[in-house]
Design a protein around this ligand. Structure first.
Ligand SMILES: *Cc1c(COP(=O)(O)O)cnc(C)c1O
Length: 348
């Protein structure tokens, strides 16, 4: 029988430790200089990653942020507009990289709980180039939507938004850091989610459990250009097979994401039953706990939870995020509910 961990880290699904098999794969990886494209393990990972999302090609990069920023750089000219959702990761959490690294001007759409803008909102946000206006260079979408609580956006919504942009000859990027969570939750293949867009980012280092690395994928021409931009951004790596080998094993962790979703559902139900806490049923592995009714500040809850042995992150003034992942099991979830309950009781 397993027992709950002394500290249950639910800050993110990035906190997982590489498995023994991943460490062994890293040690034994066949390697070469990947800048010369000589690393067979990286080459295999890129092939398998492209297959996993149904694109022609894929590029291995150090992080999801770099993957997204490479896509923005490849798709846009300096001064062009980047159209994206108001709460999207690229807009909120990437240090204004689109402006700093690519000279892109961002235009945001408020998609509310829908997470992906409606076709009408995209149409309204697109800017046609003329004497006064710079033109839209890229529409970026996100699935699952992190800040909206790991929402799995249905394929039809992605397709409808993307179609409007593509009709206007504007390419579409999908920030699919957790696209496999979306696929598992929606019961579709990830390639179906990616099909309506031109390029996609996904993270090996989140729910899939790799220690390092993300993928940016698209057609051959995009990936060729992305490879140059990766070098420009300082992301050309040498014997990267050492970190790509665990990434290959991570790609085998897609189906088990369902366990994380079940654990998140159980956690949300447990938290929602606490006085002063609202935790809507999650689509995937991200639980968002609102404590505005009880008047508990997220910063206080995070601190009290840490004392009690649970890690979470402040998402908004009265909103805390808890994320399940492959290093927490059902016992941990039950213990987390008890400990968070104690923290809430103490603050109420
Ligand atoms: C985590 C995340 C990223 C960035 O990935 P890093 O590897 O942390 O740089 C991008 N987009 C979304 C939606 C994310 O959740």
């Amino acid at each position: 029988m397993s027992e709950a961990a002394a500290f249950i880290d639910l800050r993110s699904d990035t906190v997982t430790a590489p498995s023994a098999a991943m460490r062994e794969a890293a040690r034994d990886a066949e390697v070469g200089d990947d800048v010369y494209r000589d690393d067979p393990t990286v080459n295999e990972l890129e092939r398998r990653a492209a297959d996993a999302v149904g694109t022609e090609a894929a590029l291995y990069v150090p992080s999801g942020t770099m993957a997204n920023q490479i896509a923005v750089h490849v798709h846009t000219e300096p001064g062009q507009e980047l159209l994206l959702e108001r709460e999207s990761h690229i807009y909120r959490w990437e240090l204004a990289g689109a402006a700093k690294l690519s000279g892109a001007q961002t235009r945001t759409i408020d998609a509310g709980d829908r997470c992906v803008p409606t076709p009408e909102a995209v149409r309204e946000g697109l800017v046609e180039e003329d004497l006064h206006r710079p033109g839209t260079g890229l529409l970026s979408l996100e699935n699952t939507h992190n800040y909206r609580g790991g929402t799995a956006v249905p394929v039809e919504q992605i397709a409808a938004a993307a179609e409007v942009a593509r009709d206007a000859d504007v390419p579409v990027h999908l920030d699919g850091a957790r696209v496999f969570n979306a696929a598992v939750a929606l019961g579709v293949d990830a390639s179906e989610i990616v099909d309506p867009v031109d390029t996609v980012t996904f993270c090996l280092s989140k729910g899939l459990g790799a220690p390092v690395g993300s993928i940016v994928a698209g057609d051959e021409a995009f990936v060729e250009e992305a490879r140059r931009v990766r070098k420009l951004f300082g992301g050309g790596m040498r014997q990267a097979g050492m970190i790509a080998a665990p990434g290959l094993l991570a790609l085998e962790n897609v189906d088990r994401l369902a366990d994380d979703h079940a654990n998140a559902e159980r956690l949300a139900a447990g938290l929602d039953a606490l006085d002063g806490v609202r935790a809507p049923e999650p689509d995937t592995n991200i639980v968002v706990a609102h404590t505005d009714d009880g008047g508990i500040a997220a910063a206080d809850l995070v601190a009290a939870c840490e004392e009690a042995g649970v890690g979470g992150v402040e998402f908004a003034e009265h909103t805390t995020r808890f994320t399940t992942h492959l290093d927490v099991d059902g016992d941990d979830v039950d213990a987390a509910i008890d400990r968070i309950g104690d923290a809430v009781a103490e603050l109420a």
